[in-house]
Design a protein around this ligand. Structure first.
Ligand SMILES: [Zn+2]
Length: 189
């Protein structure tokens, strides 16, 4: 027979697992329900202003050319996101969409092309002892990631825009159904 104490411990640890899984459901990639307007001109802010408008992780990626952890929570979210568009968390510029999204297996959100080419700038990057091509937001100068080509991916461009999802805003495409859908909301803190 199983001692009562073990059952208590089992129930207690199951509760802990449930709690930690609930925490994991908090999205790390910023998500919005409405498509933000593309900036009409370049967005210029001081470092202090960026710090006020961006989360610490968004600031680290976009303004300090940081890289998020491979295969982290952002990537897990990205893999399960359906149709939608991806915008710059710094200035709202449209950057990528689910149409160009593909599963590269590299651990970071991957696209084979930008959704709006004029919103993306490519720049040679020779930092960290490597020769790479940096992907930058054309509107606010935010660092997005790097692009690699000729790797043999079976996609229309054989390019892999390897992007930090933490610097993006995801806007799910509106479903064309008449049935009312329940919107998941988190209570304000
Ligand atoms: Zn931007």
């Amino acid at each position: 027979m199983i001692p009562i104490r073990s059952i208590f411990l089992l129930v207690f640890s199951l509760t802990l697992v449930a709690c930690s899984q609930e925490n994991k459901h908090k999205p790390v990639m910023e998500t919005r329900t409405e498509i933000p307007a593309d900036p009409t001109s370049k967005v210029v802010k001081t470092d202090d202003e960026w710090k006020k408008t961006l989360s610490p992780e968004q600031y680290r990626i976009l303004r300090e050319s940081g890289t998020e952890r491979a295969n982290g929570q952002v990537y897990q979210e990205f893999k399960h996101q359906g149709e939608g568009t991806y915008h710059c968390a710094g200035c709202n510029a449209l950057l990528f969409s689910s149409k160009e999204k593909f599963d590269s297996g590299c651990g970071w959100p991957s696209f084979y092309d930008p959704a709006k080419a004029e919103n993306v700038i490519l720049k040679k990057d020779i930092s960290m002892g490597m020769s790479r091509t940096e992907v930058i937001c054309a509107k606010c100068g935010g660092h997005l990631g790097h692009v690699f080509e000729g790797e043999g991916y079976k996609n229309p461009t054989d390019q892999r825009y390897c992007i930090n999802g933490g610097g993006l805003i995801y806007v799910p495409a509106k479903k064309v159904t008449t049935a009312p859908t329940e919107v998941e909301s988190t209570p304000p803190k």
